[in-house]
Design a protein around this ligand. Sequence first.
Ligand SMILES: Cc1cc2nc3c(=O)[nH]c(=O)nc-3n(C[C@H](O)[C@H](O)[C@H](O)COP(=O)(O)OP(=O)(O)OC[C@H]3O[C@@H](n4cnc5c(N)ncnc54)[C@H](O)[C@@H]3O)c2cc1C
Ligand code: FES
Length: 345
Amino acid sequence: MKHYTLTIQEIRKETKDAITLCFKQPGLQKIKYQAGQYITLIVKINGRKYARPYSFSSAPSVDATLEITVKRMPDGIVSNFINNELKVGDVVEVLEPMGDFTSNRINPINHVYLWGVGSGITPLFSLIKEILHSQSNTVIHLIYGNKNQDSAIFSKQLSHLKKDYPTAFFLTNFYSQVDFIEQSNTIQKGRISTSFIIQLLAQHKNVKESVHYICGPKDLKEIIKSTLMELTVPSSSIFSEEFELVIDPIELEGVEDSKVSVLFQGRHSEIFVPKGKSVLDVALDNDIDMPYSCQTGNCNTCMAKLKDGQLKMLGLTKKRDDLAYDEFLLCCSYPLTKAISIEVI
Ligand SMILES: Cc1cc2nc3c(=O)[nH]c(=O)nc-3n(C[C@H](O)[C@H](O)[C@H](O)COP(=O)(O)OP(=O)(O)OC[C@H]3O[C@@H](n4cnc5c(N)ncnc54)[C@H](O)[C@@H]3O)c2cc1C
Ligand code: FES
């Protein structure tokens, strides 16, 4: 996997708790990416390395710099480090762009609906800019949920796009924490709901031909996906991006505290993985510097072979028929036996 070092050229404050980092493209070997993809930042905090993926908020055909937008998570290690510590001129290590939340999966698109909440706007913003710039026949509808207007990332930029593309870009904002709001076609109080989705799509004759991109919490994704499928939108036209792995505690049934023997780059280590923690989490806590990126079971960077014992993968959002019987993604792997042995590939 390719590593790059990027210099921060500019930092923009987007909201009270989100900033955009703009990186200079490397002089010799420019980084190629697609709108909707992400890069993984690798930072050292108190002597430990952390890797976190961040979607591009820039669009390759529109923006000269590579941009990501990071929202603080309460008690989040890396997002607070980025917001508090990084400054213009700093150099950051990144992994090559990854991800398939991209617009060229369906081409040409006539009507595209983008559904986002909070920081889930970042890959959608990249897609909006790219599509408006390069696909003149596409009509885009963004449905964007936030607590209030002040917490809505890119709210000014989106208003400008609405003015610049009055027939190609439509925006509905949902605000969940406002006392009073004059509701209209473009501003709604509350959360994105099934009835709203049905009402919005009823305006379009060819619902079956619409394409949908969803980026937000798991419950939102499920509501939107199931409503769209009821409206006969094929699942092949619905794409979603996960920012976090959500595990239902019921799924931990059968998972055991386990002694895990890890073979990585020719070295053996023994770690204790308590019930509820993924093998990757504990390996990193034990300073085993193994490769990883998305931490949501999508990129395969953390793959290992199971040599002995049993593991179960939890929280996966896509079927993984491509993995062999003994291949496991450690970011979402939990031991089912008191002892297991793995080899990191
Ligand atoms: C493909 C992809 C794209 C992404 N794009 C973006 C983006 O564009 N913008 C963006 O802001 N984020 C994005 N993310 C999320 C980002 O990668 C990080 O997950 C996020 O910034 C939080 O990282 P952190 O280190 O600050 O939080 P962490 O320290 O990892 O903690 C995350 C949360 O979990 C809680 N937590 C941590 N440890 C524990 C524990 N042991 N027990 C219980 N709770 C715990 C913390 O309180 C915190 O709220 C993306 C994620 C993915 C997978
Ligand atoms: S880190 Fe991406 S699949 Fe595990």
